[in-house]
Design a protein around this ligand. Structure first.
Ligand code: HEC
Length: 104
């Protein structure tokens, strides 16, 4: 169940926050309801306001535009998620196969 939920989160991240069709308001809603909680659960432990591991502070992203503005960083983020490098292997994380199926 948890795995499905996480996979769904990634799906929403890619399909809605990045979509050209959704309005900025829709994107921000999706961001607040789905993407931020996902980051909070799996990423804030290391990438937060106090602890910028690898120079990355995901807590600083407070709307959809902040996330999508920096394409290079976003691509890197997807690469890390898809490859299973983030969250690090010793952390609770989405099932790699399910996630790969969703983000491809
Ligand atoms: C247990 C601590 C920890 C957690 C939790 C964590 N990370 Fe990381 N993150 C690291 C470390 C350490 C590095 C640097 C080493 C590396 O790049 O693999 C890193 C690097 C990164 C980078 C590359 C940054 C750059 O500019 O090189 C990205 C993107 C990233 N993490 C995204 C995430 C995302 C998204 C999540 C949640 C799904 C997450 N991380 C969860 C510790 C963590």
């Amino acid at each position: 169940m948890l795995v499905l939920l996480l996979a769904a989160n990634l799906f929403v991240l890619q399909r809605h926050v990045l979509s050209e069709k959704d309005s900025p308001q829709d994107k921000d809603q999706t961001f607040e309801k789905v993407v931020q909680p996902f980051f909070a659960n799996h990423c804030f432990a290391c990438h937060n306001d106090d602890r910028h591991t690898a120079g990355l502070n995901l807590e600083a992203l407070d709307n959809a535009e902040a996330l999508t503005k920096d394409r290079a960083k976003l691509n890197l983020l997807f690469t890390k998620l898809k490859s299973g490098q983030m969250p690090p292997p010793d952390q609770p994380r989405p099932n790699a196969d399910t996630m790969a199926a969703v983000v491809d």
